[in-house]
Write a protein that binds this ligand. Structure first.
Ligand code: GTP
Length: 194
């Protein structure tokens, strides 16, 4: 079975739960007292996808503004970006839109964009509706899903959605050096809710 290495970066405001999503996905663990990320952190996880294995090389970036200038190092060469907002904080949805703009202007041409509305376990105090998120995602051709890293809701599904957007390897395009051509399979939006 062929292994594809897929660089994925997580972007979004500080405190929205990027590290918690990665920790839930890779280690099936949630820490209430997780510290803010300094710079970036790196983890990997390999999952089956059709006839292939997708090895996600995950760069979890720091959301604090002082680290913003480092982000291009992590989205450059990425097959996918997970852009996270907190459904209980409208301003984090605004920050997400700024990240999407930056990715469109400076990110890889065919990057798969996945929007994660995290903390859906706190939907009683929601400030961003699923309708708004879905409409925005459709307008940019992104996957959108509401997640809870805390309660393990839709985290696996988020990465499965990314896997589905990665076109299967064409053996004729895979050179002897193992170079792989990545791109977005479809521009249709995919939506999942809690
Ligand atoms: N209720 C709830 N809290 C969450 C969830 N995900 C993360 N948190 C909490 O939100 C806070 C911030 O989580 P982090 O994962 O550090 O957020 P981050 O986006 O990585 O933050 P930076 O590293 O500063 O960019 C922590 O107190 C987490 O425990 C969730 O799904 N539900």
């Amino acid at each position: 079975m062929a292994i594809r290495e897929l660089k994925v970066c997580l972007l979004g405001d500080t405190g929205v739960g990027k590290s918690s999503i990665v920790s839930r996905f890779v280690q099936d663990h949630f820490d209430h007292n997780i510290s803010p990320t300094i710079g970036a952190s790196f983890m990997t996880k390999t999952v089956p996808s059709g006839n292939e294995l997708h090895k996600f090389l995950i760069w979890d970036t720091a959301g604090q503004e002082r680290f913003h200038s480092l982000a291009p190092m992590y989205y450059r060469g990425s097959a996918a970006a997970v852009i996270v907002y907190d459904i209980t904080k409208q301003d984090t949805f605004h920050t997400l839109k700024k990240w999407v703009k930056e990715l469109k202007e400076h990110g890889p041409e065919n990057i798969v964009m996945a929007i994660a509305g995290n903390k859906c376990d706190l939907s009683d105090t929601r400030e961003v509706t699923m309708k708004d998120a879905r409409e925005y995602a459709e307008s940019i051709g992104a996957i959108v899903v509401e997640t809870s890293a805390k309660n393990a809701i839709n985290v696996e599904e988020l990465f499965q959605g990314i896997s589905r957007r990665i076109p299967p390897l064409d053996p004729h395009e895979n050179g002897s050096n193992g170079a792989m051509k990545l791109g977005r399979q479809s521009f249709q939006s995919t939506t999942r809710c809690c």
